[in-house]
Write a protein that binds this ligand. Structure first.
Ligand code: GRF
Length: 212
C-alpha cells in the first residue's frame, strides 16, 4: 500500500503531521466533508490534491459514503487515514476498507469513546489520559489498537490544556503508526494488530512522554 488519502473535517493538524512526516507513500488526496475545513488550504498550498464531498448534499449516510468511496477510488488511494473526520461511517464503507482504514482518537481507548473526551477525562478524575491510533471497525472508536500515547492529567488542568498536551502526542504517534502500515510492518490479522520484525510493541505500542 503506497497511496493514501487523509480525511478531515476541520483544522487538520494531524493531517499536517502525516504529510510533514514524509511517509513512504504518496498522499493521493485530502478529502473533507466540509468545504470550509482549514486543512484544505494548507494541503493545496503544498500541492496535495484536495476534494470536498459535502455531507449536506446527500439525503442519507449511505449516499454520502458511496460518494466518499468514489472520491477515494478516483484518487487512487488504497489506505485511508481519518484525521479529525467528524462523520460516522456506515458499516458497508468500513467493511470495504477493513485493515486499510485508520483513525486517531483523543483518549486512551477503550476509555472515553465519542466526543468531548478531555472534559470526560477531567470529570472522571483519571490521572493518565492520552490518544489512540486504531483500525476502524463498525463499532465507533472500538477498533484494534495500533499505538497509544499517555500523558499525565495535572492539577488544575483545563480541557484546553489537556487537549494541547494530548495533541502534541497525536502528532507523534499518528505518523509512527502510518509509517508502520505503509512499510508493511504493521497490519491487521484476525482482528488484532500485528507488528512485524523488530518493530515490537515495546517500542511502538505505547509512548510515555517525558516529564513536563
Ligand atoms: C484530534 O484531536 C483528533 O484526535 C480528533 O479530532 C481532532 C482533530 O484535530 N479525532 P486536527 O483537525 O487533526 O487538528
Amino acid at each position: 500500500m503506497s497511496n493514501y488519502a487523509i480525511l478531515i473535517s476541520g483544522r487538520g493538524s494531524n493531517m499536517q503531521a502525516l504529510i510533514d512526516a514524509r511517509l513512504p507513500g504518496r498522499c493521493a488526496a485530502v478529502i473533507s466533508n466540509r468545504p470550509d475545513a482549514a486543512g484544505l488550504a494548507w494541503a493545496a498550498q503544498r500541492g496535495v490534491p484536495t476534494a470536498v464531498v459535502d455531507h449536506k448534499g446527500f439525503a442519507s449516510r449511505e449516499a454520502f459514503d458511496t460518494a466518499l468511496a468514489r472520491a477515494i477510488e478516483q484518487s487512487g488511494a488504497e489506505l485511508i487515514f481519518l484525521a479529525g473526520f467528524m462523520r460516522v461511517l456506515t458499516e458497508p464503507f468500513v467493511q470495504r476498507y477493513t485493515g486499510r482504514l485508520v483513525n486517531i482518537h483523543p483518549s486512551l481507548l477503550p476509555a472515553f469513546p465519542g466526543l468531548h473526551t478531555h472534559e470526560a477525562a477531567l470529570q472522571s478524575g483519571v490521572r493518565v489520559h492520552g490518544c489512540t491510533v486504531h483500525f476502524v471497525t463498525p463499532t465507533l472508536d472500538c477498533g484494534p489498537i495500533i499505538v497509544q500515547a499517555a500523558v499525565p492529567v495535572l492539577p488544575g488542568d483545563s480541557a484546553a490544556a489537556l487537549a494541547a498536551r494530548v495533541l502534541a502526542q497525536e502528532h507523534i504517534i499518528y505518523p509512527q503508526a502510518a509509517r508502520g502500515i505503509l512499510e508493511g510492518r504493521c497490519r491487521l490479522k484476525a482482528g488484532r494488530v500485528v507488528w512485524a520484525g523488530d518493530a515490537t510493541p515495546a517500542t511502538l505500542a505505547l509512548r510515555v512522554p517525558a516529564r513536563e
